[in-house]
Design a binder for this molecule. Structure first.
Ligand code: ASP
Length: 437
């Protein structure tokens, strides 16, 4: 039997007009039963998200400064929504309680969470759905990690008593009952948790874009949307900076193999992107998407007969580990080993890292090259399509881009290419045009 869990992001619930669009979407399909709400987002470019205003309020209160103006701004946003929707809902007591907690130093997370709490109450009233407070169904462990099993058991039980309900996103409770939030954008995670507990057939994540695009629209002109992407491909692209969905939102639904559909509240006619556990459908193009980031450096270690020296790789990586630097890739030759790391992480520890490598493996040469960009060409279709790598490399050669590093994962799901950061935009365009245009 079909059952859908929906999550609406802050821009989808920023004002009364958006609330009406949301209601139309929810009511269009009776299997849309559980709705997770974010706090009101920006109404236009210069606007401030409610969550940011709440953090600001908290900071003022901690410094014992006057919160009145910011608090009233927050309150007014909700009152405007309630009045514009013509709802018979009086939240005076709730606002008073929040204001009181601010003055009595209740936690930062508690204050931040009130954005979704209030918005979910309003949405529940508007839809005529039950309201379930997330603090009663989402639990964290003493050390702050998410308690997935307790959450799943309790949430499942509670949901079974509500045919239709709205649940605020972003937060849950600690063992002592205090409120704790996920990291920013965490309502995506709540939606995924609800979908798992409800054994949903689909998790619809409604936002302000019609799904994932094949490349960053700030770099590629009008990139094509991705119709279907697997969880694994998404992970590869998100790692390289393509963000629409909170990274942790994958895990609960992935566990139960529930697909996610990214949809656009402002264009409900668009089908959006389906994120699925796996699929035989290769899609229209050999590649699913391409993403990248600048800000990488390479540390190269040279030593004759390196390939014969047992434990050398481990000793080099150990130096990085001791300096708290995680590595991204390490392409190697017979007498060279290169480790790609984030430039930011390396900069602070550079002298220690170089000294540590010299001490640990006594190399002939060790040097750092900065200013590298990494590009990930991702696609489940690459396993079957011969000549994909050749096409990637010839497109870069034709665009006069020098390749500094190549790394193809053994899953053949992606090819990672390192180029000079100055060539980054040219390289992305060259590869995109080769496969898509
Ligand atoms: N409102 C929170 C934030 O701005 C959580 C969310 O929207 O998912 O990060």
């Amino acid at each position: 039997m079909s059952l859908k869990v929906l999550k609406f992001g802050g821009s989808s619930l920023a004002d009364a007009t958006h609330f009406r669009q949301v209601a139309d979407i929810v009511k269009a399909d009776p299997t849309r039963r559980y709705v997770v709400a974010s706090a009101p987002g920006k109404r236009q470019g210069s606007d401030t998200k409610i969550t940011d205003l709440l953090y600001k309020c908290y900071a003022l209160a901690v410094n014992e400064e006057d919160v009145t103006n910011v608090f009233n701004e927050i309150k007014q946003r909700y009152i405007d929504i309630i009045n514009d929707l013509g709802l018979d809902l009086d939240l005076t007591d709730v606002f008073e309680k929040i204001r009181g907690s601010l003055l009595h130093n209740s936690g930062r997370d508690y204050i931040a969470s009130r954005g979704e709490y209030l918005n979910a109450m309003i949405l529940a009233k508007f839809l005529g759905f039950d309201f379930i407070d997330a603090k009663k169904v989402i639990f964290f462990n003493e050390d702050g990690s998410f308690n997935s099993e307790k959450t799943n058991d309790v949430m499942r039980e509670v949901l079974s008593a509500h045919e239709y309900a709205v649940i605020p996103g972003f937060y849950g409770s600690m063992p002592n009952g205090t409120i704790k939030t996920f990291s920013r954008g965490g309502s995506d995670v709540t939606g995924s948790i609800v979908a798992r507990a409800a054994s949903a057939t689909l998790y619809e994540n409604w936002t302000d874009v019609s799904g994932f695009l094949m490349a960053d629209p700030r770099i590629i002109d009008n990139p094509k949307p991705i119709k279907t992407i697997t969880y694994k491909e998404l992970r590869e692209l998100s790692y390289m900076g393509a963000t629409v969905l909170h990274e942790d939102a994958i895990f609960p639904v992935r566990y139960s193999k529930i697909p996610i559909n990214i949809r656009n509240t402002n264009r409900p006619e668009d089908k959006g992107t389906f994120i699925v556990p796996e699929t035989d459908d290769i899609g229209e193009y050999v590649i699913t998407g391409i993403a990248g980031r600048t800000g990488f450096s390479s540390v190269t270690v040279e030593k004759a007969m390196m390939n014969m020296e047992l434990g050398l790789g481990r000793k080099v990586l150990q130096v990085l580990e001791e300096n708290g630097i995680s590595f991204e890739h390490f392409p190697s030759g017979i007498d060279t080993m290169t480790v790609i790391v984030s430039t930011k992480a390396l900069t602070e520890k550079r002298a220690d890292v170089l000294a540590g490598i010299c001490k640990n493996v006594n190399p002939e040469n060790v040097f750092v090259e900065e200013n590298m960009a990494l590009l990930a060409v991702v696609g489940r279709g690459m396993v079957k399509a011969k000549g994909t790598a050749a096409r990637v490399f010839s497109s870069l050669a034709n665009a006069n881009v020098n390749i500094r590093m190549i790394d193809q994962g053994s899953s053949e799901l992606n090819i990672i290419i390192g180029v000079d950061a100055n060539d980054y935009i040219t390289a992305l365009n060259a590869i995109y045009n080769e496969f898509v245009k």
